[in-house]
Write a protein that binds this ligand. Sequence first.
Ligand code: TLP
Length: 349
Amino acid sequence: MMIDLRSDTVTRPTAAMRKAMAEAEVGDDVYGEDPTVNRLEERAAAIVGKEAALFVPTGTMGNTIAVKVHTSHGQEVICDARGHILDYELAMMGWFSGCIARPIRTDDGILRWDQIRPEIRPLGPHWAPTGLIEIENTHNMAGGTVYPMKTIREIADGAHQLGLKVHMDGARVFNAADALGIPVREIVAPVDTVMFCLSKALGAPVGSMLAGTREAIDRGRLYRKRLGGGMRQAGVLAAAGLIALEDHPQLLKRDHANAKFLAEAMAKIPGIALDPKKVQTNIVIFDVSGTGISTTEFSARLQAQGVLINPVRGGGMRLVTHYDADRAACERALEAIEQVAAGARVAAG
Ligand code: TLP
């Protein structure tokens, strides 16, 4: 059995999810007649404290719809330079919404209002105006970092005073809620829309939610259809999503403890560099350059030992903990990491 720590997207549906999927009551969701999808959308809206929510097949589609809802062609979207929306969504903000990104570099993935303010532009003879501010919480490639509430409020207050909207890519916002010990609804209260994934840390096989005002979600529903996301008897998927939403936020604590356990042990391995204090949720980004082998080689040697961990952009490697990798699996992964690092040091003499 491989231990797969490439992402929390790799989890398999639980027995309870498969049972709920098999028994799901369904209808045609494009007619608004799938009772299970309707229930999921209502529950998601209630849990995150927004007027309405939309079930979409992927996080990418949720972010794409949000950008479209808030912007017009020829505008800029302010985001972090390592944001998922910029680096991993095939330029959808350009392709679908006709916007370009105005990326801001950060150390920890967390944008601050004093960095954003100078980048906001009005329409001018040379400038594309700012159309939207996008923040990612938790921030994936910065290592699952969590936005402090004060920072979210400052960004949203500043943006709203200027008539701008804020979208949160909250693919893992339930992880942020666990780390802060507050409900998700509190985290997303200041922002206009939030996308969160059922299929990441929460463990559903498919699906994400976009939540916001009724008006934004009604328009978003039309963009979902345009993107090919009108899913008919999608209740079979929503049934698993409901279990992810209701029962799985409680499990995230375990993933966070496993990530911390791995980070603290890995920080002691010669050749591996990371700061375990920065690991707040289920993502650990680490540097293996001190071992003298490349990230691709490190990954290949781990695979030979039954552990999957991928290199990421920027020279590091990323591991993500999830419910299909318990503490025993993490201990075995740690042993493999120790052995690969030690083997590289021996070869380097
Ligand atoms: N992230 C995936 C990969 O695309 C990198 C992963 O393995 O972490 N926002 C954030 C912050 C994400 O991490 C992801 C997926 C998405 C959006 C997109 O979700 P999907 O894959 O459902 O389109």
